[in-house]
Ligand binder design. Structure first.
Ligand code: F6R
Length: 604
């Protein structure tokens, strides 16, 4: 998601800002911009696409001496990736950059428009700068205006604001989106969304907490906590290597991405959950009209998300739903009818097989929707409608957080469909929304759990194979667990529906066959238990994942007692990700870049 940088000092402001943004590229973006203030003059450059375009635009700009500056890489959420929508956003004499979503922006915008303010962009961010300037007219100081403006914002934000009335000051506020402020012995001050732009520049940094706000001048960092009380900045020293900074202390990108699932799921749901309904601003309600069937199509992990969600679409929206592997659909001369909504799911938006099926659906005049993590990707550009999953860039080749966010979007979409088709009571939808809100906490990695999985992993480094088994949505989750293990441990693993084991695979059962059993309390527990008992009776080694103790298991990984099976789904997903990672670590494999695999498969 978006990245932010800021600088106060005299050392080539332009390069500090653009190089800082370069370090944040991994977060993903589709446009970028900088604003530099020297005395009372602003220099502002913005460009769509890669930072190279911004560099070219600002090529003749060579600031000398003291100045302050802010910069931003934008990943579009409200409004297309255009120069007008790129940050920094201008008021009359101030600029702002923002990461996050202002949920009440429409209400604030209406209020400002009624006061005669005109808006240039379609973003939620622009309200921040206009609101600040509206308060500046009556407040005694820019900081007072900034405080009043901040008090009106709802949603998530990391904000930097600069104004000509205080040309040596950067105002900041953080709530729900990351922001770090740093300093060095030379008196320079820096801001960034993560450590990496600050390595080699700042010696000490403050990791701002939610609610923190204040201002920075060449002389000092002035900080207030969420209750508005002055707070002493808590400085830490920075790590020295850039790569380790990007990994933020984790051993691998995959590990970092597993740990940040709570944060990205919160981003995925931001602005999309109301009390009693799910709301996708980007979807025209007409998308649901006349649709009698859904066809989901994807590859790999995204296919598993599709398969899991097919249970939700049929259960919640009572709509016939089929699921296709893209490379199969391409050549099977499928029946594609215009009353079917064709939904492709893709982390990258570039997977060749999935893209091709989207073209087929368009040619068949179907309504098309893509669920994707990369705005402006080929699929997003081609489909009639798109929902972005907002997972941020995923660096580990084995997909983790992208899958989690796909599942969250699909769960939400099944409820939006249910509402449109009138197949669920309002109270039942509200109940599921309450559970959706629990997701960020549900996927948080517990140290004790991780430690337990680390220890257990040493028993699963050999054997003649793994069966991951489950029922209902836990069957696609079993497929995903097996795929994760295969990809990074190179051990043979299969996902299977629990009830199918006795129709053949049970012949393989012996102590060297490892069964990873997904046994959720809230979904067909007794049925799954009988299937696991059948395997246990044939001496397969059983590792059960459940909130109910299971005496026939050789190993047991406990999850929390949850009220809804989808919460059990998400918690088990984390367990499976950690298990495959820890097995791969013990086998000495390259966790982030497993052999033979590519992150984006753009060939057939
Ligand atoms: C597995 C994995 C792959 C992708 C598949 C489709 O961890 O990442 O199986 O899911 O190659 O890629 P996207 O989602 O980009 O279409």
């Amino acid at each position: 998601m978006c990245g932010i940088v800021g600088y106060i000092g005299s050392n080539n402001i332009k390069d500090v800002l653009i190089e800082g943004l370069q370090e944040l590229e991994y977060r993903g973006y589709d446009s970028a911009g900088i604003a530099v203030l020297q005395n009372t003059d602003f220099a502002v450059y913005k460009a769509v696409g890669k930072l190279e375009n911004l560099r070219n635009k600002a090529a003749s700009f060579a600031p000398e001496g003291f100045g302050i500056g802010i910069g931003h890489t934008r990943w579009a959420t409200h409004g297309k990736p255009t120069e007008l929508n790129a940050h920094p956003h201008l008021g009359q004499s101030s600029y702002v950059v923002h990461n996050g979503i202002i949920e009440n922006y429409q209400e604030l915008k209406n209020e400002l428009v009624a006061q005669g303010v005109s808006f240039l962009s379609q973003t939620d961010t622009e309200v921040i700068v206009h609101l600040f300037e509206a308060y500046l007219k009556t407040a005694g100081s820019p900081f007072e205006a900034f405080k009043q403006m901040r008090a009106r914002l709802e949603g998530a934000y990391a904000i930097l604001l600069v104004t000509t009335s205080e040309p040596e000051t950067i105002y900041f506020a953080k709530h729900g989106s990351p922001m770090i402020v740093g300093r060095n012995r030379g008196g320079e001050k820096f801001f960034a969304s993560s450590d990496s732009p600050l390595i080699g520049l700042a010696q000490e940094v403050v990791y701002l907490k939610d609610g923190d706000f204040g201002y920075v001048t060449p002389a000092a960092i002035t900080l207030y906590d969420g209750s508005g009380n002055p707070a002493a900045p808590l400085f830490s020293t920075l790590p020295e290597s850039k790569l380790s900074a990007q990994k933020e202390g984790f051993r691998f990108f995959m590990e970092k991405e597993i740990y940040e699932q709570g944060e990205v799921l919160a981003d995925t749901m931001l602005g999309r959950l109301k009390e009693q309904e799910v709301y996708f601003e980007e979807l025209d309600p007409q998308l649901f009209a006349g649709v009698n069937e859904i066809k989901l199509c994807a590859c790999g992990t995204s296919y598993h998300a599709a398969l899991a969600s097919s249970y939700l679409f049929e259960r919640h929206a009572r709509i016939r739903t089929s699921v296709e592997i893209a490379s199969e659909l391409r050549y099977k001369e499928p029946l594609l009818s215009p009353d079917t909504l064709f939904v492709v799911i893709s982390q990258s938006g570039e997977t060749a097989d999935t893209l091709e099926t989207l073209k087929m659906a368009k040619a068949a005049e179907m309504k098309t929707l893509v669920i994707c993590n990369v705005d402006n990707s080929s699929m997003v550009r081609l489909a009639d409608a798109s929902i972005l999953t907002r997972a941020g860039i995923e660096k580990g080749v084995a997909s983790t957080k992208a899958f989690a966010t796909q599942m969250a979007v699909l769960w939400m979409l099944s409820l939006a469909f249910a509402k449109a088709r009138g197949t669920m009571e309002t109270g039942a939808i509200a109940e599921q929304i309450r559970h959706l809100r629990e997701l960020p906490a549900c996927v948080r990695v517990d140290d004790a759990l991780h430690e337990r999985i680390k220890r257990l992993s040493k028993r699963y480094l050999h054997g003649h194979g793994f069966f991951f088994i489950g029922r209902d949505v836990f069957y696609p989750l079993a497929l995903e667990g097996a795929l994760k293990l295969k990809e990074i441990s190179y051990l043979h693993a299969e996902g299977y529906p629990s009830g199918e084991m006795k129709h053949g695979p049970i012949a393989l059962a012996d102590p060297e066959l490892f069964t990873i059993a997904l046994m959720p309390k809230n979904m067909l527990y007794d049925k799954t238990k009988s299937n696991v008992e059948e395997l246990s009776a044939r001496d397969s080694t059983i590792c059960a994942i459940s909130d109910k103790p299971f005496e026939k298991a050789d190993d047991f990984i406990p999850i929390h007692d949850r009220e809804h099976y989808m919460l059990e789904f998400f918690e088990m997903m984390v367990v499976l990700q950690l298990l495959s990672m820890e097995v791969a670590v013990r086998l000495g494999n390259d966790v982030d870049m497993p052999r033979n695999l590519a992150k984006s498969v753009t060939v057939e």
